[in-house]
Design a protein around this ligand. Structure first.
Ligand code: ATP
Ligand code: MG
Length: 407
């Protein structure tokens, strides 16, 4: 057992890991606090995705705890449908996550290209997402940012979710709620907008919004006017298209239920919905179901499914805007114990719980999707995370044990 403090590289039993071990090849994504690169591990030639976060930007927004939560979740959770973290380390200015590089492309990229998916393809992705969310919920985690940009396909066409930057860790249970105002406008649940307090059921709302978008090409309540989009969600009934099958409509009614107490709120019940009748859940978990779409990928470092917008970016890392020395030791210490080297333990957990469907939605008989001016470009996520409250409920302040496993 070894605890690591604020060191530049991780050293354990002769193994050490730092940014020098990885050669940046291309930019593959951009986030709120830095870039994501495709990198090669110099010693093995293996390709990974490296997410880099700038400490100064995080500390300026007092969000240092969120990076600890993100790292902890990725360390703790092992699921076939959640991105694998291999290493985490830091320099004086930056935090680094080394993950599997999923080169099948964002679900966002494919959905934008094809506009909408058929029910069979949507069902397959929805089923894998249910398993991912079920695993997180069982571990006391609310994901809070389910959207097509955070869902990545692997070269076989199976998906994994990434980005735990908005997640809440620390089981709520017993009707307890959390009050952070965060999410992405197109997918955020009404109770987050109203500030009524929320729990894990916000993820099931977002799943409903995502299934809706996969089926018709735009999210429910979409408007170019963001205020209207948020207001409609708490006031209006959701429009259904008549090309949605009755089973799909039944599921969407149940998930897009405004009242979280009446929303279909647990994985077991969702899996039993008629829309999922054809899914063999055991085979799905074992990845034995043939994915409905196989991305064209020629090698582990093929980036043809990554948006050109990112690939054109220079791989040069940006330098911090402010001197880290200007931060208080408390702010700096929040980045301590960040280092992580993965082991191969698995932590896949099954589902349980109760919930009830509802029908607080409206069916509109339209065979064509309305032109809502939706270009598939989503709003930026917003975050006003109550870190004190998160800290009380979770255990993020603790130090973490590293278990070394060779790769
Ligand atoms: N493991 C990965 N493999 C391939 N691409 C990835 C991987 N992780 C992230 N990406 C790409 O980088 C993009 C940004 O990453 P991510 O969503 O983690 O950052 P973010 O949105 O800035 O998160 P945060 O909320 O922490 O600011 C993703 O949408 C995805 O396109
Ligand atoms: Mg993201």
């Amino acid at each position: 057992m070894l605890y690591h403090s604020n060191s530049k590289s991780s050293k354990h039993s002769g193994q050490s890991i730092s940014k020098e071990d990885f050669e940046p090849i291309k930019v593959i994504g951009r986030g709120g606090f830095g870039k994501v690169y495709m990198v090669k591990k110099r010693s093995s030639g293996k390709v990974y995705a490296m997410k880099v976060l700038c400490k100064d930007q995080i500390a300026q927004k007092n969000l240092s705890l969120k990076t600890q939560v993100e790292r902890e979740i990725m360390e703790k959770i092992k699921s076939p449908f959640i991105v694998n973290l291999h290493y985490a380390f830091q320099t004086a200015e930056k935090l680094y996550f080394i993950m599997d590089f999923l080169n099948g492309g964002e679900l966002f990229y494919h959905l934008r290209k094809e506009q909408r998916f058929n029910e069979q393809r949507s069902r397959f992705y929805a089923a894998q997402l249910i398993c991912a969310l079920e695993c997180l919920h069982k571990n006391g985690i609310i994901y809070r940012d389910l959207k097509p940009e955070n869902i990545l396909l692997d070269h076989d066409g199976n998906l994994r979710i990434t980005d735990f930057g908005l997640s809440k860790s620390g089981a709520l249970g017993g009707g307890n709620k959390t009050y952070s105002f965060c999410g992405t406008p197109e997918y955020v649940a009404p109770e987050i907008i109203t500030g009524a307090g929320h729990d894990q059921s916000v993820d099931w709302w977002s799943l409903g919004a995502l299934i809706y978008e996969m089926l018709c090409g735009h999210p429910p309540f979409y408007s170019q006017n963001q205020n209207k989009m948020l207001q409609d969600r708490v006031q209006k009934k959701v429009q259904m298209y008549d090309f949605f099958s009755p089973e799909a409509r039944q599921l969407l009614h149940a998930l897009l239920e405004r009242d979280p107490l009446r929303r279909l709120g647990n994985a077991t019940l969702i899996k039993q919905q008629p829309w999922f009748k054809s899914i063999d859940w055991k085979k799905l978990m074992e990845k034995k179901l043939k994915p409905p779409f196989i991305p064209k990928v020629s090698s582990p470092d093929d980036t043809s499914n990554i948006d050109q917008m990112f690939l054109r970016e220079t791989i040069k890392e940006t330098m911090p805007m402010v001197n880290m020395n200007s931060f208080t030791s408390m702010q700096k210490n929040h980045f301590g114990n960040f280092t992580y080297i993965a082991n191969k333990q698995s932590n896949i957990i099954s589902s349980s719980g109760a919930g009830s469907p509802s029908t607080d939605t409206q069916t509109v008989n339209t065979s064509q999707t309305e032109d809502k001016g939706y270009k598939g470009v989503h709003s930026k996520h917003f975050e006003d995370i109550n870190e004190e409250e998160d800290d009380e409920n979770g255990d993020h302040g603790e130090m973490f044990v590293e278990i070394v496993q060779s790769h």
